[in-house]
Design a protein. Structure first.
Length: 401
């Protein structure tokens, strides 16, 4: 099978690992991809057209909607100008970030019109984001979790260093919402505050669930006017911003602050300078991938918490830690038990008491810690590499291999 994908994304190795042929396409530079304008997508569309017009490919595979390209101005010609339409080739986009973060350079009305393409399929990384996309009237969506890259991973037992830091977290502080000096319009905060309260006691399963239950705004899918649909989506995301910022504070930052106080130098924090800027927490600067994986393998406990936008699913760190052979202690999320056997392939916590109990237990029982780390690695290398997700894409598209 011949699958077209872009130069700066992770799919090439996965396509090869699955026994297929990648057809490499020119790409927007990675730093610009979320902000690519219509004009830039038209220019790249022409370049990709030249690459593919004489190629026989089964489908185009991208991340974040990078493949939403045009061969002319859609303001004049509509959906017929979408590149994959013109080529008569399906497009599959793996969304691994919230919709509000991606496609920022495009007119939202054009995006929502393009979403209606019957041959554009959107693979969504969490069930909560999948529900949102469907509620917004985006067709062709299906669930596809994140996965680790198809790269060599050492499977020999790591040399765990119990003399150094006992707990490691590598990740950035995710939200400046509560650090802004300017006042925030509280009219946009109360829906998020209500959703915080409703999800805290289980009255709602997610922000979308609360938004619908308490009738906090109109459903985007109820209108066929794409400008109005885009405006309803914008208002929804504006209302959700406080909720996501609170989740960043309550489900990630709070545990980082707590562990720095409890463990001191036994807690290794690697990440963005904002940890120091906002909370006064000393953090090591970001490291290269090879150093990051060395830290995972040698630190007794590797901590993981999703960001505030991720309500139900897993992040890439779940699969990086386990693929490297590290011991993962993760904040509990509804989809964690779908991917790993908690207690046998990873450990989980929900509050500070459980966090300390789990750390103390596995530091005192290194053989059990090693067994969990080994089982977690075996599970990820067996089921959670990117080529495994490609197999799911082919099953969903029902394309025979």
């Amino acid at each position: 099978m011949r699958i077209a994908t872009f130069q700066t994304r992770r799919w090439r190795e996965a396509i090869q690992a699955a026994g297929h042929q990648p057809i490499m396409l020119p790409d927007l530079r990675l730093a610009e991809t979320f902000h690519a304008t219509l004009e830039e997508r038209i220019a790249l569309g022409r370049r990709v057209w030249k690459t593919l017009q004489d190629q026989d490919v089964d489908f185009i595979l991208d991340a974040y909607g990078d493949g939403m390209l045009f061969v002319d101005d859609p303001r004049d010609h509509g959906l017929s100008a979408l590149l994959h339409h013109t080529l008569d080739v399906p497009l599959v986009s793996h969304w691994t970030e919230a919709l509000r973060i991606t496609l920022k350079g495009m007119d939202p009305a054009v995006v929502h019109q393009a979403f209606q393409s019957p041959t554009w399929f959107k693979a969504i990384f969490t069930r909560s984001h999948l529900a949102e996309m469907e509620w917004m009237g985006v067709p062709g969506c299906f669930y596809l979790p994140l996965a680790e890259d198809d790269l060599p991973h050492p499977t020999d037992p790591p040399a765990v260093d119990y003399a150094g830091p006992k707990v490691f977290f590598g990740g950035s502080q995710q939200s400046l919402y509560f650090a802004h000096a300017d006042g925030v319009d509280t009219r946009t905060q109360w829906p998020g505050g209500l959703a915080v309260a409703a999800t805290a006691d289980g009255s709602a399963a997610s922000f979308l669930d609360a938004y619908r239950r308490y009738d906090l705004g109109p459903c985007p899918a109820d209108t066929e006017d794409f400008a109005e649909r885009a405006e309803r989506v914008r208002r929804y995301h504006a209302h959700k911003l406080f909720y996501s910022a609170w989740r960043n504070l309550g489900l990630r930052d709070r545990f980082i602050i707590f562990l720095r106080k409890e463990l001191g130098d036994d807690f290794l924090l690697v990440g963005h300078e904002r940890w120091n800027k906002i909370y006064g927490l000393a953090a090591e600067p970001p490291v290269e991938r090879s150093v990051y994986f060395e830290l995972i393998r040698k630190t007794p406990v590797c901590l993981n918490m999703p960001n505030g936008d991720n309500e139900t699913g897993l992040n890439l760190r779940h699969f990086e830690i386990t693929a490297a052979g590290g011991f993962m202690l993760s904040y509990y999320s509804p989809e964690l038990a779908e991917m790993f056997d908690i207690g046998r392939e990873c450990a989980a916590f929900r509050n500070e008491n459980e966090l300390v109990e789990q750390i103390d237990y596995y530091l005192a029982h290194p053989a059990e810690r090693d067994a969990v780390a080994r089982a977690g690695q075996q599970r990820t290398l067996r089921e959670h590499l990117l080529h495994h997700r490609l197999e799911s894409v082919l099953d969903w598209l029902r394309i025979p291999v």
